[in-house]
Design a protein around this ligand. Structure first.
Ligand code: NDP
Length: 456
């Protein structure tokens, strides 16, 4: 043993499986603290977020918004006809940017001194991995393999695409059905619609985005319907058949519908196939994710796991925080745990919905007495654009402590605004702190510091 956590008995101090957000962060930081680190990746550098997730999705989200922006511009004196989008330009420019990012990830790893192995790693035992037939040993092994889209087992599921394929379509369909009511389905219903596709979003319960604040979900549904997205709630697809160039979907209500593309966004599963976990003592939890303790250690002491494969909040910044926390614990001697309280999040729907802290429903359960402040208004820009969209802001206050315990926003750049508020709320800001903060005028965000009368 040379130093804390370092050992010469093995090829590496740390071997990371999966070069996504959590794995790359853990590998780079551990190497920075002096560990000898290797990382194996069989697909693409940067993982889901960089390749088929956050980054290309946000680029598409910007692209989709232009259509509305062109229309909004007319009230300001600009005349611009909205042409159909040139999809190959968007798709290929996006792909070029992703390839550039893949290169940057490669450089980040090599500059940090991490050895990159392009291949599939599987466990031989708790300290040994095989990568394309070659064996490597490590004192510690980190599983950061992420997840993979899940499509339920219905007849014709092979005709559906997932978020993996939607970024690379040959052509944009005229009509698409998006199945699911979570982040990805709701984001892509908006993106495809914005790009000029007619969209039906089908969700099995009565209102999408289960778990988010009810009022925000209702308002988002209204805004999406006003824009022309067909939301079909309490509905599900039972089978898909090919009919010429199109697909016929059988629905639970007995009806059927034709479409050009079916996108399933019905959650993700951990990517454990071929990992050789049976050769270790790593146990899964009851939902099939790798079970870890609060230090990311699995039931096999030399094996750790972070990010989506552990089934926590499937968010890139969470995986980054976990990867960083693990590196600091193992190779810098720090003992602080990741704080999962008040994690802000945004759905890049059209309009965006962002949130930090408790929904009104959760807060009513958790606190004895709450005050709810809401503000629903027309964005100054839309007084001239004629766009009927409403912005909705909401604060939830625990009356006993006066602390703001929830902030929610539906409207342009909601993610940008809630990120700032999240710092204040995490630091324990009270409603009195919000009230004594002077606004920036005229902005949408100033409403958060001028909400005087509780709505309920
Ligand atoms: P989610 O877990 O968010 O949503 C899955 C949706 O599919 C739910 O509405 C669920 O319904 C529905 N569903 C599940 N199983 C079935 C089924 N058998 N038949 C019909 N519907 C079904 O998953 P996503 O795929 O949208 O995204 C995966 C994760 O990625 C998200 O949870 C999020 O953490 C992350 N992500 C984050 C983003 C961001 O930060 N902006 C963007 C995209 C993804 P029900 O409500 O009934 O369970």
């Amino acid at each position: 043993m040379t130093q804390q956590g370092f050992d010469t008995e093995y090829d590496y101090d740390l071997f990371v499986i999966g070069a996504g957000s959590g794995g790359v962060r853990a590998a780079r930081m551990s190497a920075g603290f002096g560990a000898k680190v290797a990382i194996a990746e069989s697909r693409y550098l940067g993982g889901t977020c960089v390749n088929v997730g956050c980054v290309p999705k946000k680029l598409f989200s910007y692209a989709a918004h232009y259509r509305e922006d062109f229309n909004d511009a007319k009230g300001f004196g600009w005349s611009s006809a909205v042409e159909p989008i040139d999809w190959p330009t968007l798709r290929d420019n996006k792909t070029r940017e992703i390839e550039r990012l893949n290169g940057i990830y490669g450089n980040l790893l090599s500059n940090a001194g991490v050895e990159l192995l392009n291949g599939h790693a599987s466990f031989v035992d708790a300290h040994t991995l095989s990568v394309d037939g070659k064996k490597y040993t490590a004192k510690r092994i980190l599983i950061a393999v992420g997840g993979w889209p899940f499509i339920p087992d219905i007849p014709g599921r092979e005709f559906a695409i997932s978020s993996n394929e939607v970024f690379y379509l040959d052509t944009l369909p005229k009509h698409a059905v998006v199945v699911g009511g979570g982040y990805i389905a709701t984001e892509f219903a908006g993106i495809l619609h914005g790009l000029g596709v007619e969209v039906d979003q089908i969700y099995r319960r009565d209102l999408f985005l289960r778990g988010f604040d009810m009022e925000m979900r209702e308002q988002l549904a209204e805004e999406m319907r006003n824009k022309g997205v067909k939301l079909r709630f309490n509905e599900n697809v039972t089978a898909i058949e090919k009919e010429g160039d199109r697909y016929r979907l059988s629905l639970e209500n007995g009806e059927s519908m034709l479409t050009d593309q079916v996108l399933y966004a019905t959650g993700r599963k951990p990517l454990l196939e071929g990992l050789g976990l049976e050769n270790t003592g790593v146990r899964l939890n009851d939902k099939g994710y790798i079970a870890v303790d609060e230090t990311f250690q699995t039931s096999e002491p030399s094996v750790y796991a972070v990010g989506d494969v552990t089934g926590g909040m499937e968010l890139t910044p969470v995986a980054l925080a976990e990867g960083m926390n693990l590196a600091k614990r193992l190779y810098k001697g720090e003992s602080k745990l990741v704080d999962y309280n008040f994690i802000p999040t945004a759905i890049f729907s059209q309009p965006n919905l962002a949130t930090v802290g408790y929904s009104e429903e959760e807060a009513r359960d958790k606190f004895t007495d709450i005050a709810v402040f809401t503000s629903r208004f027309t964005h100054l820009k839309h007084t001239l654009s004629g766009n009927k969209a409403k912005t909705l802001l909401k604060l939830i206050v625990d009356k006993a402590s006066d602390k703001v315990v929830g902030a929610h926003m539906l409207g342009d750049e909601a993610g940008e605004i809630i990120q700032g508020l999240a710092v204040a709320i995490k630091a324990g800001a009270t409603k009195a702190d919000f009230d004594s903060t002077i606004g920036i005028h005229p902005t949408v965000a100033e409403e958060f510091v001028t909400m005087r009368e509780a709505s309920r």
